[in-house]
Design a protein around this ligand. Structure first.
Ligand code: TMP
Length: 225
């Protein structure tokens, strides 16, 4: 028995904190957990992350806009961006997620394919069928067992994450509003695996709501000897 848990949400929603907190609780309960993040999670994915997001990356910011203080005029094509996220995901699934699930481990991933549907589909405006097909190819059809959507108004989330200075944060408020709306629509059409959580609640309240959902599943997993 294996389980694949993902965290999704806009900027400043607290996904990383909650993913780490859940992984820690699972480990404390004696289960074997593999904790991953997207984009990244493999050396190849980390390079793509650095290329796309890192404010100190000099590689693309000289030529393209949307980096903080970038002199470039040209936008990075949304489809080119899509393929980079999918390339990182392809490697992550093959190298980490599929083997861990095969070995019966619990996989906790900070972002997965729903991020691409929300950001590149709803946010950038790429056709949703193109994004979903690309997701399907990169994941080989693998979908999370359970997805926690940490929902937060973008005004509040961006305020919280101010200073992170990565590229998506340079997008206007309307972009982030489309991303949030997209997430809510994705959750509504995948209600069987989504749990929407109010990320404006205190961190501890959010962590408890997540644990309440996961704890009953623990008997399905043997503790480590
Ligand atoms: P994070 O490390 O704060 O989660 O930042 C990752 C950023 O990358 C965030 O702004 C969302 C963005 N992103 C996409 O646009 N598409 C994707 O498929 C993924 C995984 C992330």
């Amino acid at each position: 028995m294996s389980i694949f848990l993902t965290f999704e949400g806009g900027e400043g929603a607290g996904k990383s904190t909650q993913a780490a907190s859940l992984a820690r609780r699972l480990e404390e309960s004696g289960r074997s957990v593999v904790k991953l993040r997207e984009p990244g999670g493999t050396p190849f994915g980390d390079e793509i992350y650095a290329l796309l997001q890192d404010p100190s990356s000099r590689r693309l910011r000289r030529f393209y806009k949307d980096w903080v203080g970038a002199p470039g005029e040209q936008p990075l094509e949304p489809l080119a961006e899509l393929f980079l996220f999918e390339a990182a995901r392809t490697q992550l699934v093959a190298q980490e997620i599929a083997p861990a699930l095969k070995a019966g481990q619990i996989v906790v991933c900070d972002r997965f394919a729903d991020s691409t549907t929300a950001y590149q589909g709803y946010g950038r405006g790429l056709p949703l069928d193109v994004v979903m097909n690309a997701n399907g190819v990169a994941t080989g059809g693998l979908a999370p067992s359970l997805t926690f959507l940490l929902d937060i108004p973008p005004e509040e989330g961006l305020n919280r994450s101010r200073g992170a200075e990565h590229r998506m944060e340079q997008q206007g408020l309307e972009f982030h509003q489309r991303v949030r709306q997209g997430y809510l629509e994705i959750a509504a059409s995948n209600a069987d695996r989504f749990m929407i959580i109010d990320a404006c609640d205190p961190t501890e309240t959010v962590a408890e709501a997540i644990w309440k959902k996961v704890k009953p599943l623990l008997p399905l997993f043997q503790p480590l000897p």
